[in-house]
Design a protein. Sequence first.
Length: 291
Amino acid sequence: SGGEQSPCLFQFREDGFLVLEHFFTVEECDSMRNAIQRIIAEMEVPPHCRTEFSTKEEEQLQAQGSSDYFLTSGDKIRFFFEKGVLDERGNFLIPKEKSISKIGHALHAHDPVFKQITHSSKVQELGRKLGLERPVVVQSMYIFKQPGIGGEVTPHQDATFLHTEPLGRVLGFWIALEDATQENGCLWFIPGSHTNGITRRMVRAAPGTSTCVEFVGSEPAYDDSQFIPLPISKGGLILIHGEVVHKSELNSSDSSRHVFTFHVMEAKDTSWSKENWLQPTPELPFPSLYT
């Protein structure tokens, strides 16, 4: 591909991530924030669906695994909550818009604003620069990282959750809708960690098991000193290689850290694992990034 000469892309191949400041305008960011406020205003949360979202493995298995709500969210717009925001009866202890951890996983398909951003000409152009021939969108999420309670996301690789054969075919687009700082939970990466494959996978559990998903393998112990923080200002985009190790800390500040993120797969000569929690459906086959 003609992209080899670009210093940007060289950096991406070296590090496994790339920071592009001011990729989206402030207006585009605000249009996404306004769209999500509308979606929350209309949100109906059935009590049995009040799944608290967690990134710690046992809780992941409890909260998401026992829940069809998570497993069937790939082609819908669904709501996941922070820990400790619901009482034992499932009622909100704080305003619902402050209690949401994330909304996923098909905003790119069902909301016109997020669809337009995902398929925007600058994203398509970036895909072409990266040499993607048949990129498809597999999922999207709006992440809130609420002030004071926005939980940490432990070190992980996206390919643990979105497995392809061969590996290296999944790419995250992570858009800061507010300034992401070390105080409010910006991303941290281990540069170059995308070249060692993966050691853990989240797979659909066998039918009849108590959870819907299970983990195979384990996450190695990462050396904290190897992570570097990537603060980025509102409108910035971070490209994330599917195998690069990254994390974010608890948001202990009093400002939120809203993000819209979506994942793209190069579909050419690639197979999507049948064991992934997320599967294309007849209602929503993975749409092409290029329109």
